[in-house]
Design a protein around this ligand. Structure first.
Ligand SMILES: Nc1ncnc2c1ncn2[C@@H]1O[C@H](COP(=O)(O)OP(=O)(O)OP(=O)(O)O)[C@@H](O)[C@H]1O
Ligand SMILES: [Mg+2]
Length: 417
């Protein structure tokens, strides 16, 4: 078993997705991340990003954790940064205003104005997950990123607030807990994916991150390096597979194989006379299907999904601000011809978003399916909290994770400014 020296920090990221649970264990030495172990296990306990079966989810988490620990040669891991999504997430923009105490903005004034922006009526069954500042206004000057030290009597803040349903957040925390881990931070999945996939330049120019997972498609809209919108759409790559299963009358496994090996969302690109052999359900003999027909099914779903994205952007007057276009990530981004279709349909440049890679196993990491977990790792690295050493440390404080969100927010403010 590896022992961890005093100047090394172990960080762990856990992405509990609808199709897979992925754990990455890494160490940080001199601010550089080195991947030590990766574990990935199919996920059976989630639907549309929400836990629907605790036992199955715990099992998937435990299996992926054990695999990562074995690869890393580390026997004990206690904390992890985890991601959250699901169709219970609801985000919105808010603002707050305060009078400065001494005609000069202090850090305390900033905290007060963020508290004021947070003080909106939230249904009692919901928790605030993130409060992300967008811009400050001191008296009549707008667009300020860091107002501390500026002269003025009136401080205003615009923020993006992310909320989730308490019971569903608690279910996820319980699963992580039962797998023997403490969630030291919970981060919205598209925020994490943005961290590993988007450049600062893109976020400055205006960009939409579209993370197409198995059960949900998560969007994060950035402009001037601020998150200006986020939303979880309860449609993901599995819906493409289900459409094929229903349309072709095949099993889900066969539909998944067909989607990955023969799927395209551009029927016009497909040869009219090409056929493939598909396996029928239990005992029905294999038959030939036109690839064009497969492509038409996938195209209809892609149009529906990107139509939802387009409507969200149009309803919020965001589409014209997106000068860097669209970055599509998550496993669904690998669907053939999705990028050219998105460019045509959304009338902006688009590309597949690959996560940044770190030292150790870089070739394995260049996969859009890993954008969230690698983003969580980056978030975890920049975390200011004390870390504990593996094997030798004491148990971390048993602070309720929900109450830790505010700390997590402070970290985000620091990062943004
Ligand atoms: N080569 C491929 N071509 C098309 N689709 C693919 C390919 N590889 C994976 N997918 C699809 O990607 C989806 C899984 O993506 P991902 O691993 O990002 O999801 P997840 O994180 O488990 O789910 P979620 O984020 O929704 O909770 C599945 O629907 C799968 O069919
Ligand atoms: Mg995912």
């Amino acid at each position: 078993m590896k022992s961890i020296s005093q100047n090394e920090k172990i960080i762990v990221a856990l992405d509990v997705g609808t199709t897979k649970v992925c754990t990455i264990i890494s160490k940080v030495v001199n601010s550089e991340i080195e991947i030590l172990g990766v574990g990935s296990h199919p996920s059976y306990g989630l639907k549309k990003g929400c836990v629907i079966n605790i036992d199955k989810t715990v099992k998937s988490i435990s299996c992926s954790l054990e695999e990562a620990k074995l690869m890393a040669g580390i026997s004990k891991i206690e904390n992890a940064t985890i991601g959250i999504a699901g169709n219970h997430i609801y985000s919105f923009n808010s603002s707050g205003v305060v009078a400065t105490k001494n005609k000069e903005v202090t850090e305390i004034d900033v905290e007060r104005v963020l508290d004021a922006a947070k003080a909106v009526v939230i249904p009692s069954d919901r928790e605030i997950l993130h409060v992300l500042p967008q811009e400050f206004r001191v008296d009549n000057t707008r667009g300020i990123k860091d107002p501390v030290g500026m002269h003025g009597v009136r401080l205003e803040a615009n923020v993006h607030i992310v909320t989730g349903q308490t019971t569903l957040i608690q279910n996820l925390i319980r699963c992580v807990d039962q797998a023997g881990l403490k969630a030291n931070e919970i981060i919205l999945q598209p925020v994490a994916s943005s961290k590993s996939v988007l450049s600062n330049e893109e976020k400055e120019l205006g960009v939409v991150l579209i993370d197409i997972g198995g059960g949900t498609t998560d969007i994060a809209v950035w402009k001037e390096n601020c998150l200006i919108w986020s939303q979880i759409i309860p449609v993901g790559g599995n819906h493409f597979t289900n459409d094929l299963a229903v349309g072709l009358k095949v099993t889900s496994d066969e539909a998944e194989r067909i989607k990955i090996n023969h799927g395209s969302v551009l029927p016009d690109k497909v040869n009219d006379s090409s056929n493939i052999l598909v396996q029928g359900v239990s005992g029905i003999k294999p038959r030939e299907v036109e690839i064009k027909y497969i492509s038409k099914i996938l195209n209809a779903r892609a149009e529906e999904l990107l139509g939802v994205v387009k409507r969200i952007l149009e309803n919020n007057q965001l589409i014209d601000k997106m000068n860097a276009g669209f970055v599509i990530t998550g496993g669904g981004a690998l669907l053939n011809d999705l990028v050219p279709f998105a460019e045509y349909y959304l009338e902006k440049p688009a590309k597949v978003g690959y996560p940044v890679t770190f030292g150790g196993m870089t070739n394995v990491m260049e996969d859009p399916k890993l954008s969230t977990v690698l983003g969580l790792l980056l978030e975890s690295k920049s975390e200011d909290e004390e870390y504990k050493e593996i094997e030798f440390g004491e148990n971390g404080p048993s602070e309720d994770v929900i109450s830790k969100f505010s700390k997590s927010l402070k970290k985000v403010f620091k990062e943004i400014f």
